[in-house]
Design a binder for this molecule. Structure first.
Ligand code: BDP
Length: 334
């Protein structure tokens, strides 16, 4: 929509809101369009609950000037497509994992490096500080406004045939990864065969043996029922990749500064809610998969996995020398 049309619309909404506050009208938001929110997860997932709360909060605080609906379960398409849609303004807001965003926003690749974060609290510290700000800046340049960082725990391997205790155990396995060359390199560094694939296709691929395994955090392993078809869960915790609550810059730019502030605040509240729900869901998911017959093994010494990632870092930094300062910033602030 043209900016001038938007301004007219906003002026109309303001006038209508004024009329309402004067007690003349009962509805005032007939003009506001429904924003479309993209989400890959099932409805009761922590991220989904936080997204629903976010848009409800925004609608309440803007008196319906900004309102919308979240489309759960990836019905608006896969994440790589949705990232493009957000950039174009066809999708207005979304929760994205930063993993598949690397092809579009180079700064996000830094958090897709295996073992870049030492722990979840370290990830929070970095993302809520200068590291997160640098990544948000890179995203804004590509038309995506990050207003919060969601927790996505740590990703570990799950396989259908045997547990993984050392990098050697990955040798020869076909492992599904998210869409990013870095993850292909990560699996190949351990001698496995990486298969980039959309999230929605993984269950069937595990079931039919197209892949031998995949990797994800406990809530995703559980909510997708992947645990039913890949029953060895090996806690390698090799990737801690945060997620964003983000807004299309095209949509963002149509809002007044006051409304942007309201959206930002609602984003903060939704992020706090997601992080809290996440902790509880991780526990519940681990209990559920254990009850479902999953054999969980912890990996006491992650050193060999970290060592195996040396070439992944070398290759990445050789190809992206401009990212070295961001990698250094992240590692030195933990
Ligand atoms: C989940 C992320 C989701 C990804 C999915 C995946 O929350 O955004 O699409 O992993 O593996 O943990 O594709």
């Amino acid at each position: 929509m043209k900016l001038s049309t938007h301004i007219k619309k906003l002026a109309l909404c303001t006038a209508l809101a004024f009329t309402v506050s004067a007690g003349v009208m009962t509805t005032h938001d007939a003009e506001a369009k429904d924003l479309r929110g993209w989400n890959i997860h099932v409805e009761d997932y922590p991220n989904s609950i936080a997204l629903d709360a976010f848009i409800a909060d925004v609608a309440a605080k803007t008196d319906g000037r900004i309102k919308g609906k979240v489309f759960h379960g990836g019905v608006l398409g896969s994440q790589p497509d949705a990232i493009e849609q957000v950039r174009l303004g066809a999708i207005d807001f979304a929760n994205f994992n930063l993993g598949p965003m690397g092809q579009v926003v180079p700064e996000t690749n830094v958090v897709s490096l295996p073992f870049i974060f030492k722990s979840i609290p370290d990830m929070y510290k970095v993302m809520d500080g200068a590291g997160g700000a640098a990544i948000a800046e890179g995203m804004a340049k590509k038309g995506i406004v990050a207003i919060g960082w969601f927790d996505s725990g740590a990703r570990s391997f799950y396989t259908s045939q045997r547990a993984i205790n050392t990098p050697d155990d990955v040798k020869g396995l076909k492992v599904r990864v998210m869409n990013n060359d870095l993850f292909v390199g990560m699996i190949e560094a351990m001698g496995g065969n990486a298969t980039p694939m959309a999230f929605g296709e993984v269950f069937q691929s595990l079931k039919t043996g197209v892949v031998d395994g995949a990797e994800n955090n406990p809530p995703s392993y559980e909510s997708t029922n992947h645990f039913e078809v890949a029953q060895f869960y090996s806690l390698s915790e090799h990737l801690i990749i945060p997620e964003c609550l983000c807004i299309s810059k095209k949509t963002w730019d149509t809002w007044s500064e006051a409304d942007q502030k309201i959206v930002m605040e609602a984003g903060k509240a939704a992020t706090a809610k997601q992080r809290e729900l996440w902790q509880a869901r991780e526990k519940a998911s681990m209990e559920k998969v254990a009850a479902g017959g999953v054999k969980v093994n912890t990996i006491a010494d992650k050193g060999p996995f970290q060592d195996a990632m040396g070439p992944v870092y070398d290759k990445y930094l050789a190809a992206n020398p401009e990212m070295k300062s961001l990698v250094d910033l992240i590692t030195s602030s933990q």
